[in-house]
Design a protein around this ligand. Structure first.
Ligand SMILES: [Cu+2]
Length: 131
């Protein structure tokens, strides 16, 4: 009984650490985006997802139908892609730091997506919900 409780507490602790790390990564991604923003076209009228350190930030996003999402690579070296695999779309070209790729989400639904080179090993995947 005691060990079960302990295991649960340990698991909860690990989960808390995990989510805190995800938050930190997205905070770093946001700070990095602010640094490079002036090298990019205006983000007015688009919703920005940042690609950073094998994460999409935010990992879960809800937008209205008709929204164009701009995926911006805010890493320092790594190139990434966006692949709406389950929606049957082709993977985007790989894009490098301070480059981006855009996709207009016109139809409602759940769009899980991933980064071609990093989803398997680094778990770089996320979901956009269009409502
Ligand atoms: Cu990637």
């Amino acid at each position: 009984m005691l060990s079960k409780t302990f295991a649960f507490a340990l698991l909860a602790g690990v989960m808390m650490i995990g989510s805190a790390q995800a938050g930190d990564v997205c905070e770093e991604a946001e700070a990095r985006y602010q640094e490079v923003k002036n090298e990019l076209p205006s983000d007015e009228g688009v919703t920005v997802v940042k690609l950073y350190n094998y994460n999409f930030c935010p990992p879960k996003l809800t937008v209205k139908a008709g929204t164009t999402v701009r995926f911006v690579n805010v890493d320092k070296r790594t190139s990434h892609s966006v692949w709406l695999k389950e929606a049957g779309k082709e993977e985007s070209e790989r894009f490098f730091p301070v480059e981006f790729w855009e996709f207009p989400f016109t139809e409602k639904g759940e769009y899980p997506y991933l980064c071609g080179p990093h989803w398997e090993r680094e778990g770089m995947r996320a979901t956009i919900t269009v409502e």
